[in-house]
Design a protein around this ligand. Structure first.
Ligand SMILES: *Cc1c(COP(=O)(O)O)cnc(C)c1O
Length: 345
């Protein structure tokens, strides 16, 4: 289904004419033999951007998270992650299926957990217990509402992870949104983790690609898993060029998405029966229980107005702004939401 205003996710972006032009000009080679000059340029630039020694280019963020798990964990190890995290909920059980690792879900507001919660979830060292091995922080939190872990919250959980000798991985699918919204460089958020992934197919608007960064030793091991999983590529410079283009042209403009999300939440604030959660980046979660319609029914009716959002619970919907959504679209989407809410009774 294609709709005029697609707020389902920031994955719905399509490459712009400028990006397609850049892709067409890409200098390419055999990626898995380290012969693709464009991929080499991208990984070097991203390693510096994220504050790590090295990086590897991958087809998806899911593969980046799973390779991180495979490098950090052995079968029987335990991963501490938020109950609503992507790694636990949306990767087909891959941590268990591929690495034999278990995820220990922890709670906390807005998709985040604090140092005390982490400390309580870490197992003592005893042979009856799983070995706590990895902590995962999602920046920004997806189901947590696009919320930002600030540097203090990050430093606090990292300190506990270090104390208990856990590895630390940042699921930075939307790290760039956090960086732009809070004016904190990516390296300050991600540089002290053992590994970090950044997605290019969300707000950055590339068609394919994610970067996983870490130490030289970590990336050597990551390459072994990339090969095993069939993630090694050939003339991937076509896609890396799109990612480089995104770094040059689509980073600063993320603030437009954030403004549009704020605007949408403001507009929703004037609609009876619909309640928007506070907005930090490019996501607007709303509760429609006041209309008497379920989220699924609300979304179905929105589609008749050529607007789509995603269903995230019985009464909860999520709208995500991105580069294919203009300020005018926001007013139109808000009008559609008002019409559906108004016609509910
Ligand atoms: C989208 C997403 C991923 C996975 O990325 P893909 O490129 O879609 O595989 C991982 N973590 C979070 C928080 C995400 O939003």
């Amino acid at each position: 289904m294609r709709v005029k205003i697609d707020l389902y996710s920031d994955t719905k972006t399509r490459p712009t004419p400028g990006m397609r032009e850049a892709i067409a000009q890409a200098d390419v080679g055999d990626e898995q033999h380290m012969e693709d000059p464009t991929v080499l340029r991208l990984v070097e630039r991203c390693a510096a951007l994220l504050g790590h020694e090295a990086a590897v280019f991958l087809p998806s963020g899911t593969m980046a998270n799973e390779i991180a798990v495979l490098v950090h964990c052995r079968a029987g190890d335990e991963i501490v992650a938020h109950r609503d995290s992507h790694i636990l909920n949306f990767e087909g059980g891959a941590a268990a299926a591929l690495a034999g690792a278990m995820v220990r879900p922890v709670e906390g507001p807005k998709g985040m957990f604090d140092a005390e919660t982490l400390a309580n979830a870490i197992r003592p060292n005893a042979r009856h217990l799983p070995r706590s091995r990895l902590m995962v922080v999602e920046q920004t939190t997806n189901l947590g509402g696009g919320a930002i872990w600030n540097t203090e919250a990050i430093d606090n959980v990292l300190r506990i992870a270090r104390k208990h000798e856990l590895a630390a991985h940042m699921d930075g699918a939307r790290l760039m949104n956090a960086s732009v919204a809070s004016r904190v460089p990516c390296v300050r958020f991600a540089g002290s983790f053992d590994s970090v992934f950044l997605d290019f197919t969300k707000g950055l608007g590339a068609p394919v690609g994610a970067i996983l960064a870490g130490s030289e030793g970590f990336i050597d091991e990551a390459w072994r898993w990339k090969q095993r999983l069939g993630g090694s590529m050939r003339q991937a410079g076509m896609m890396a060029q799109a990612c480089l283009y995104a770094l040059d042209h689509h980073v600063d403009r993320l603030s437009d998405d954030h403004e549009n999300a704020m605007l949408l939440a403001q507009e929703i604030g004037r609609i009876d029966g619909v309640e928007a959660e506070p907005v930090e980046t490019n996501m607007v979660f709303m509760d429609v229980s006041g209309t008497g319609l379920t989220a699924a029914e609300f979304n179905r009716r929105l589609a008749t107005h050529d607007v789509r959002v995603s269903v995230q619970g019985e009464w909860r919907l999520r709208a995500v702004t991105h580069l294919d959504v203009s300020r005018e679209d926001i007013f139109e989407a808000a009008a559609a939401i008002r019409a559906v809410a108004g016609g509910a009774g």
